[in-house]
Design a protein. Structure first.
Length: 396
């Protein structure tokens, strides 16, 4: 049976030729056949020249997620299995005695758009964002089980992106044993308990692995404020490196309960830290009114700009947050500040922090830039995959 075909408008094929994995619905001139959502289609330019194979979804603004540009390769079960194998193989060196938490598959960066896979010790957490991956989920799970032999594979696909794909939310066991309430993992030789079933995202933010370690190098004998601390990544690394005291702030009671468990797991004594359940902006304002000061502050907020249309509002939010943080630092103080908004690039983020410093009446230097780790690679043809950026700022 002949494959369904997508013909692009004249002049709308440049990105696809340049290996970008998204074809937007507005670029499509004509559809031959009646592809169902998640089905493989072949993509051609206006002159009927083959460009690539991809997964179609008429419900999504991204109408085709492109998978393969070689016309001689079939996107079949073997293709999906080989992509999973390659992604896992590329990260095996990151798994060792001191680290058993890693992102195994990072969607478009691994030529598997719509698929996120994280390894937490003996358990695998899977997120499915697209209709194409949903159709091949059983094959993907089987290959993960075959290659990694985990105790269990659990799905956390309670995602807003699935709504755009016409998919319902779904959570549950896909293979093997159900994860316990807390899974013990190690990252940078620090112990954590991860709640895969109920924790944020897929259970843990392993994208800050390198940045936690780098920031901790500046914390010895310092009083640290860790904002949006979640389960304590920056806090635990700071204490391990000899911080005098850490105040950890988050609005989530579950996050702070997990933080407390992680503190006990790593044998830190209660006098070394203070956990505060509060809205971060409100707490920073309170600290300012009380005249409190810190030596190093970490600001790792959630995504403020989910799209470019939200950038203006997000910029104001980032500026106000960082202004409040900078006002709690004196000369020589350090601010480790982050943005996980893909729509905001590092240049814009620097400008926002500069504006925040101006409003706070502080002179600053940027002394280090942070980025996402190698298990969150950035594909050259998909710069949108670069979302995490950060700055280490020194107050003069």
């Amino acid at each position: 049976m002949e494959m369904n075909k997508i013909i692009l408008h004249k002049g709308k094929d440049k990105a696809a030729w340049q290996l970008h994995p998204w074809v937007f619905s507005g670029a499509i001139l004509q559809i031959y056949g009646q592809p169902v959502n998640g089905e493989i289609v072949s993509v051609f330019n206006f002159a009927q020249e083959f460009i690539a194979y991809g997964v179609y979804n008429g419900r999504s603004r991204v109408a085709v997620r492109v998978l393969e540009w070689d016309p001689d390769k079939q996107v079949d079960e073997h293709w999906w299995r080989s992509r999973v194998q390659k992604a896992v193989q590329n990260r095996k060196h990151l798994l060792h005695e001191g680290n058993d938490c890693v992102r195994l598959i990072f969607a478009e960066a691994d030529f598997l758009p719509g698929l996120i896979v994280d390894k937490y010790a003996d358990y695998i957490s899977v997120q499915v964002h697209s209709a194409g991956v949903e159709l091949m989920k059983s094959v993907i799970v089987d290959e993960l089980a075959r290659v990694l032999a985990p105790k269990g594979i659990y799905e956390r696909s309670d995602l807003k992106s699935r709504e755009h794909e016409g998919l319902p939310d779904t959570n549950g066991l896909l293979w093997g044993e159900l994860p316990p309430e807390f899974v013990d993992i190690k990252e940078n030789d620090v112990h954590y308990q991860v709640n895969i079933i109920e924790g944020q995202k897929s259970g843990f933010y392993c994208d800050q692995r390198d940045n936690r370690l780098l920031t901790a190098q500046y914390t010895k004998d310092r009083h640290v404020l860790d904002c949006f601390c979640y389960s304590g990544g920056f806090t635990l690394n700071a204490l391990r490196e000899g911080a005098a005291h850490v105040t950890a702030v988050d609005s989530s009671a579950l996050a702070l309960e997990t933080l407390e468990r992680n503190m006990q797991l790593n044998k830190f004594i209660p006098s070394q830290y203070t956990a505060v359940q509060s809205d971060v902006n409100k707490y920073l304002r309170q600290l300012g009114e009380e005249g409190k000061k810190f030596d190093l502050i970490v600001l790792d907020p959630p995504k403020y700009a989910p799209s470019r249309s939200a950038l203006d509002k997000a910029s104001r939010a980032y500026k106000d947050l960082n202004r409040r943080g900078l006002m709690l630092l004196e000369s020589g103080g350090l601010l480790a500040t982050f943005s996980c908004s893909g729509a905001m690039d590092i240049g814009m983020f620097k400008q926002v922090i500069a504006w925040a410093a101006l409003d706070a009446g502080k002179e600053i230097q940027f002394i280090r830039q942070f980025s996402q780790p190698e298990d969150h690679p950035i594909r050259a043809s998909f710069p949108e995959g670069e979302y995490l950026k950060g700055l280490l700022v020194r107050v003069l």
